[in-house]
Write a protein that binds this ligand. Structure first.
Ligand code: HEC
Ligand code: HEC
Length: 238
C-alpha cells in the first residue's frame, strides 16, 4: 500500500447510491445490486447536467494530448488508457474521482489542481472524447489466450460491462473493448488490491479467484475486441 497517497485521500464518498438492477436476465452475474460510489461535493451530478460542447472540448483536451495522444488512443508502453469513444459519463466520473483523490493517480491529480479546468471543461472534454472514433494502435496480449478470456468474460463480467464490453453509461460502467492490454492488466491488479481506490466492490471477490494467466486472458480478449458502435478493429502495434 502506498501510505502517503492514502493519507492524502479525501474520505470515501459521502453519497453511496445503491442501484437495484435487473441483471438476472443477463449472462454471468450473481450481482442483483450495484453500489456506485459518487464523489463528494455534488460535482459529479453538476457536471453530468452540463451540456458538453464538442468543439470547446477539443480545445480543452489539447492539454491532455502529451500523455493520451492527439487521437486519444493512449500509450500502451506507459499504461496510458485510450479515451476515444469512451462514454462521457465514465470520463466525467473518472476525472472527478481522480481530482478528489478517490481514484489514485497522482500525476493527473496534481496536474488538474494546477490547471484551471472548470466543470464545464470536464463536460466539454467528455463530449469530445466520446465523439471520437476508436483509432490508432491498441496494445495486444498473447493471442492464444483470447478464447479462454472470452469464456471468462462472458461468465463473470458481461453482466455489468455488457455482452460486447460496450459498458453502460447510465451506471458509469466503462467500455472495455479495444483498451490496451497492459493498462487493463494493471487496472485489474489495482482493483483487486484496492489501490485504484474507486472501483466497484463487486469486482475484487471475482478477481481474487483468478490465476495470473486468467487475468491475462481476459485482458487479451478485451484488447482485440472491436469497440462496439465504433466500427474499427484495433491494430496491433508493430
Ligand atoms: C502526465 C500524463 C497524463 C496527463 C497530462 C493526463 N493524463 Fe489522463 N491518465 C494518465 C494515466 C497514466 C492514466 C491511468 C492511470 C491509472 O492507471 O489509474 C490516466 C487516466 C485517465 C482517465 C481514466 C480512464 C479510464 O478508462 O478509467 C481519464 C478519463 C483521463 N486520464 C483523462 C485525462 C484528461 C481529460 C486529461 C487532460 C485534462 C488527462 N487525462 C491528462 C496520464 C495522464
Ligand atoms: C457489478 C458490476 C461489475 C462487474 C461484475 C464487473 N465490473 Fe468491472 N467495473 C465496474 C464499474 C462500476 C467500474 C468503474 C468503477 C469506477 O467507478 O471507477 C468498473 C471498472 C472496470 C475496469 C477499469 C476500466 C478502466 O477504463 O479503467 C476494468 C478493467 C474492469 N472493470 C474489468 C472487469 C472484469 C475483467 C470483470 C470480470 C472479471 C469485471 N470488471 C466485472 C463494474 C463491474
Amino acid at each position: 500500500m502506498k501510505i502517503g497517497i492514502a493519507e492524502t485521500r479525501r474520505p470515501l464518498a459521502t453519497l453511496s447510491l445503491v442501484l437495484a438492477m435487473a441483471l438476472a436476465s443477463l449472462p454471468g452475474t450473481a450481482a442483483a445490486q450495484v453500489t456506485v460510489f459518487l464523489p463528494t461535493e455534488g460535482d459529479l451530478q453538476a457536471t453530468l447536467a452540463l451540456p458538453g460542447d464538442v468543439r470547446r472540448g477539443k480545445d480543452a483536451y489539447a492539454e491532455c494530448q502529451t500523455c493520451h495522444r492527439t487521437d486519444a488512443s493512449g500509450r500502451s508502453a506507459f499504461n496510458i488508457p485510450r479515451l476515444s469513444g469512451q462514454h462521457a459519463s465514465v470520463i466525467i466520473k473518472q476525472l472527478m474521482d481522480i481530482r478528489s483523490g478517490l481514484r489514485v493517480n497522482e500525476d493527473m491529480r496534481e496536474y488538474m489542481h494546477d490547471s484551471d479546468l472548470t466543470l464545464q471543461d470536464f463536460a466539454d472534454m467528455a463530449a469530445y472524447l466520446q465523439s471520437l472514433p476508436v483509432e490508432g494502435k491498441i496494445g495486444q496480449g498473447p493471442p492464444e489466450l483470447v478464447p479462454r478470456g472470452q469464456a471468462l468474460y462472458a461468465s463473470d463480467c458481461a453482466g455489468c460491462h455488457g455482452e460486447h464490453a460496450e459498458g453502460r453509461p447510465e451506471l458509469f460502467f466503462p467500455m472495455l473493448a479495444s483498451q490496451h492490454y497492459g493498462y487493463l492488466l494493471r487496472e485489474l491488479d489495482l482493483i483487486l488490491s484496492g489501490e485504484r481506490g474507486n472501483s466497484n466492490p463487486a469486482m475484487p471477490p471475482i478477481l481474487k479467484n483468478y490465476a495470473a494467466e486468467e487475468k491475462q486472458a481476459i485482458a487479451a480478449y478485451l484488447a482485440q475486441l472491436p469497440a462496439p458502435g465504433k466500427g474499427v478493429a484495433p491494430e496491433t502495434p508493430k
